[in-house]
Design a protein around this ligand. Structure first.
Ligand code: BGC
Length: 365
């Protein structure tokens, strides 16, 4: 007698386990989730870090494509923001100074006199509350963090909630929500580094990148935007059609020299002002692994791992050397409050900050 095929229910929540304790005695947990196609993700309550992302190649062989560490100690001494949630304000703020509603703010200076990625103790170094959930065809975690008034120089108490959802269409969706009781800037991002060969397996110079961006925000030698929105056309920053990253990274170009490689915010070409738009396509031809990035944000920072220097010892005791991972950070433009012409990052009491990004993992023939 013929039986209809039976499908065992997918076990999406693989486990929750302690991952260590911070020097101040805070317990850190790790949650692992999966989907019907076998993609596996692990998330830490420390920094809301995405620690591992296992995805298949075109032959069905899985590799962990996210840079990260084996132990909490790795994350405690990390300076590269591997896999973390970054806030209150991602990227650089010139001299850590900005004026918001006539009020002058002085933020922590942690990068050559500038403010970078939320300061000395940004959201990447906080232990978040973490809860897992499962619903039809998807599983995920909800992370919450309360940043107190005065945190790294930021005014008001800010409540942030970040949800990671992995579904059976191989999409990892990141939803950010924040509210505050005083006027404050906010610009959150996710700082995962990808290496589609598998983390620790060579550099990313052979990855092919497409960016839906015909303009970018050029920077000075201190990595601070000049305020200009410049056309990429005719420059090595033109990724409007696919290019291998290593092809032009060494070109004699003023912007590549200033940023020591690719480390630029690209202005996403959107047909509509709101909603999710395709921002980036990353593809590694040997394995066939790819990731497409969609976002509601106006910008995306493409950072080619120029500061990785082998000192960070990653998973499996692999040193993360020069350009062995790249980040695609969806965001509002860097240093926005100091450039009134850039879209505003000011959040007011009673209003809600909302941002969403999807990483769609794909395999191409
Ligand atoms: C920035 C780099 C910075 C790095 C820190 C990136 O998001 O664009 O300039 O050095 O983060 O790991």
């Amino acid at each position: 007698m013929m039986h209809p095929p039976t499908h065992a229910p997918v076990r999406r929540l693989l486990g929750s386990a302690p991952f260590g304790t911070t020097p101040t005695g805070q317990a850190v947990d790790q949650i692992e989730i999966t989907n019907a196609g076998g993609i596996r993700l692990s998330v830490l309550s420390y920094g809301g870090v995405i620690r591992t992302i296992h995805v298949p190649d075109r032959d069905g062989t899985f590799a962990d494509v996210a840079l990260g560490y084996d132990t909490l100690e790795g994350y405690l001494s990390d300076t590269a923001y591997l896999g973390a949630i970054v806030g209150r304000v991602a990227n650089r703020v010139a001299a850590g100074r900005m004026t918001v509603d006539g009020r002058e703010l002085t933020l922590a200076q942690n990068a050559d006199g500038n403010h970078l990625h939320g300061g000395v103790r940004g959201f990447d170094k906080a232990v978040w509350s973490m809860q897992r959930f499962e619903r039809d065809g998807a599983a995920g975690v909800v992370l919450t963090h309360v940043s107190p008034d005065g945190d790294e120089g930021y005014p008001g108490t800010l409540r942030a909630e970040v949800t990671y959802t992995l579904d059976d269409a191989d999409q990892l969706r990141v939803d950010y929500v924040a509210t505050a009781d005083a006027v404050t800037p906010v610009n959150l991002t996710q700082h995962s580094y990808f290496n589609l060969h598998g983390a620790g397996h060579g550099d990313v110079l052979d990855h092919e990148l497409t960016l839906a961006a015909s303009r970018f925000t050029p920077v000075n030698d201190a990595f601070i935007p000049t305020g200009e929105l410049r056309a990429v056309q005719g420059t090595p920053l033109d990724f409007t059609s696919p290019h291998v990253i290593g092809e032009r990274i060494g070109a004699d170009d003023e912007q590549l020299r200033s940023a020591l490689g690719y480390d630029h915010n690209f202005v996403i070409d959107r047909s509509e002002e709101n909603g999710l738009a395709l921002a980036a396509r990353l593809y590694e031809p040997r394995s066939g692994r790819g990731v497409d990035v969609y976002t509601t944000e106006p910008g995306i920072q493409f950072y080619s791992g120029n500061f990785l220097d082998g000192r960070a010892i990653g998973k499996g005791a692999q040193p993360y050397r020069y350009r062995t991972g790249l980040a695609l950070e969806t965001q509002h433009f860097p240093d926005a409050p100091n450039h009134p012409e850039f879209p505003s990052i000011v959040l007011r009491p009673g209003a809600e900050y909302r941002s969403s990004t999807i990483y769609h993992f794909v395999v191409r023939p």
